[in-house]
Design a protein around this ligand. Structure first.
Ligand code: GN1
Ligand code: MG
Length: 348
């Protein structure tokens, strides 16, 4: 496969080093080192992203706008191959190459408050710089990706059609999801009344999607396939979900899941530093809700996948998606317990 792709970019496969890179669940990513430069090669998951050329077009529209309006901002768009294509469709799938940013690094686990602050600033900055861009120009690369109404319906249908043993094992988790249905109802209200505006939203704000410099200051955000019109609660919510606990969704010792309230404050400070004057008062009133929304939706997605025999996320061991869902529901429980303290922290 590399023998086919790399020459399109004028790279001799026998004169470079290629190794797997990162730990995303959806796309395949490799680091390609030639004698003169580093690249990130990525194969788009075409079962998830049904219209890869929409992504490519989004990236080029955003690049054009940002290069024009904010030339000092580093926006990492795919490089063009020898024929001028930034996305290649081959019999092995869809591929693109990004320049590797020298002297940058990514972080996989948030263990410093400053990392949460820097990341939140970068995701906030991205939406702020694009607040003058007409969001309607962007393709929706994953329809209904963060539509909790639909996710909830899909979850109910997964429950209905699940194999008996899986449903039995999941019954306590299913009950907890049903008990907290008010989280879906709040989303319904936001969605149906257009309470908050559509913005250019990243939709995958985990820490590994931020590039840091040698002084651990944020440089920019990466992994832009899910950049599309959305609500700010998606970005803030996924930061809360993935930064407020020291352990990830992969942790199975559930007693270790605790909330780091100071990290919530760091996310708030970093995001507001950039978006504070752009967000409406109504949006600000949903800042804490954002965490509930995303944690709940992720739990629901993992559990639905478990009930559907792991067709989406895959499974590395028996019950993998069950435990991921359990982990997220315990995180939700802890988050709800902290709500009063979090409100005080941000003066809400
Ligand atoms: C997927 O591939 P990755 O890890 O960046 C998923 C996110 C989930 C995440 C959970 C397109 O992201 O929505 O939050 O797994 N992306 C897609 O780890 O489904
Ligand atoms: Mg991703």
């Amino acid at each position: 496969m590399f023998n086919k792709i790399l020459p399109l970019y004028g790279i001799d496969p026998s004169a470079c080093e290629v190794k797997a890179f990162g730990d995303g669940l959806i796309n395949h990513t490799w680091l390609v080192n030639t004698v003169s430069a580093g690249y990130i090669l990525q194969q788009l998951n075409q079962f998830v992203f049904k219209r890869p050329f929409d992504i490519d077009q989004n990236l080029s529209l955003l690049k054009e706008y940002l290069d024009q309006e904010y030339p000092e901002y580093l926006f990492i768009a795919p490089v063009k191959d020898l024929s001028g294509n930034s996305l290649n469709q081959t019999s092995d799938g869809y591929f693109r190459m990004f320049p590797f940013v020298e002297n940058s690094h990514t972080v996989n686990v948030v263990d410093q408050k400053d990392e949460a602050y820097e990341a939140a600033r970068q995701f906030g900055k991205f939406s702020r710089l694009l607040s003058g861009f007409d969001v309607k120009q962007l393709h929706t690369t994953l329809p209904d990706f963060h539509n909790l109404i639909l996710r909830y319906r899909q979850f109910l249908s997964a429950c209905e059609h699940a194999e008996a043993d899986r449903k039995e094992k999941a019954s306590a988790l299913i009950s907890y999801i049903l008990e907290n249905k008010d989280i879906v109802e709040t989303f319904e209200r936001i969605f149906e009344n257009n309470e908050i505006p559509l913005r250019v939203i990243h939709h995958d704000t985990k820490i590994s999607n931020v590039l840091f410099d040698a002084q651990n200051k944020g440089i920019c955000v990466i992994d832009l396939d899910t950049v599309m019109p959305g609500y700010f609660i998606s970005d803030v919510g996924d930061m809360i979900r993935t930064y407020i606990c020291a352990l990830s969704e992969e942790e199975t010792d559930m007693s270790r899941i605790v909330i780091r309230e100071e990290f919530f404050k760091a996310i708030y400070d970093g995001y507001m530093e950039e978006m504070g004057t752009t967000l409406t008062e109504t949006e600000k009133s949903y800042f804490i809700y954002a965490g509930k929304f995303l944690i709940y939706m992720q739990a629901l997605r993992f559990l639905a996948d478990y009930l559907q025999n792991d067709v989406y996320y895959g499974s590395k061991y028996e019950g993998h998606n069950f435990y991921r869902a359990e982990n997220q529901l315990i995180l939700l429980k802890r988050y709800l317990e902290s709500e009063k303290n979090l409100k005080e922290l941000i003066g809400a």
